[in-house]
Design a protein around this ligand. Structure first.
Ligand code: TPP
Ligand code: SF4
Length: 275
């Protein structure tokens, strides 16, 4: 039984945090810091890279190395850090707008390269910080401040996107499943190559309010009811699965990561030069 609190990575005097009551970002941060502690990460060898938005504020609270970057570009910075010093544990923490709406191109290419990074994406189905606008993950028909009559677009399945782009590890969790969330982050961090942990998360202030879930408990209840363990979800036919989503481990590969491939090519080039 672990007694990890993650407190050693928190800056002194920063609580209470800035997130709204009922927001899922704090729960994710707690899970991530406990995962760091259980893995024995030191503050010095850990780098948390964020983009912009409510999720992007997370680096303010940490005494690991932390970098607050630009909207949509966290993975580009994280890639550079990992390429420069592969010994560092590099985590990019992003919102859904950050990771796959404005930042979609960086996301698919980081997964395709199989960079040894962990991406944690808070998917709250809208742009939280700027007032609840529609994002690339807002489900079709749902209401946001810019789709007052319902969203005419279809939403991205971020986990499926990471899978087809080549990620080694993909999991989805919710703040309702705090222990499983911590375990997924831990497994993602421990896996070589690109890992994604997507967190379906409540934004009661905007998405909840606009979709008849003004109370936090209603949003948590929605996430609890609709989340099915992947094995259970996969047994359902298309009709029965409608409205539900799979949680837990969704992709489990051990393909060589970018640095391993790069080293192999470098060795070959050196050998050819000598010969
Ligand atoms: C290049 C750029 N475009 C737009 C913005 C304005 N902006 C700041 S936060 C934000 C939305 C963030 O949404 P998301 O990434 O989903 O994170 P959340 O706030 O929901 O955690 C936007 C559009 C910006 N800062 N930079
Ligand atoms: S606006 Fe939404 S995402 Fe931002 S802190 Fe509030 S609840 Fe969280």
């Amino acid at each position: 039984m672990s007694h990890a609190t993650g407190i050693r990575y928190l800056k002194d005097g920063v609580l209470p945090h800035m997130w709204c009551p009922g927001c899922g970002i704090g729960i994710m941060m707690g899970a991530m810091l406990r995962a760091f502690e259980e893995l024995g990460y030191t503050n010095r060898d850990t780098v948390v890279v964020t983009g912009i938005g409510c999720t992007g504020k997370l680096d303010d609270y940490l005494v690991t190395n932390a970098l607050h970057t630009t909207h949509g570009r966290a993975l580009a910075y994280a890639t550079g850090i990992k390429a420069f010093n592969p010994k560092l544990n590099v985590v990019a923490v992003m919102g859904d707008g950050d990771s796959v709406t404005i930042g979609g191109n960086h996301f698919i290419h980081a997964a395709r390269r199989n960079m040894d990074l962990t991406a944690i994406v808070i998917n709250n189905f809208n742009y939280g910080m700027t007032g609840g606008q529609v994002s690339g993950t807002t489900p079709g028909g749902r209401f946001t401040s810019t789709t007052a009559w319902g969203n005419p677009e279809r939403d991205f399945d971020i986990c499926a996107l990471a899978q087809v782009a080549g990620a080694n590890y993909v999991a989805r969790e919710t703040p309702y499943r705090g222990w499983e969330l911590k375990e997924a982050i831990k497994e993602g961090l421990g896996r070589k190559g690109f890992s994604l942990v997507e967190v379906f998360s409540p934004c009661p202030t905007h998405f909840g309010k606009n979709n008849e879930m003004k109370e936090t408990r209603q949003m948590l209840h929605w996430l609890k009811e609709k989340a099915l363990p992947a094995e259970e979800y996969n047994r359902l036919d298309k009709e029965a699965a409608e409205g539900f989503f799979p949680v837990g481990k969704l992709v489990d590969r051990h393909e060589p990561d970018f640095n391993a491939r790069y080293e192999e090519i470098r060795q070959k080039a050196m050998a050819a030069k000598k010969g």
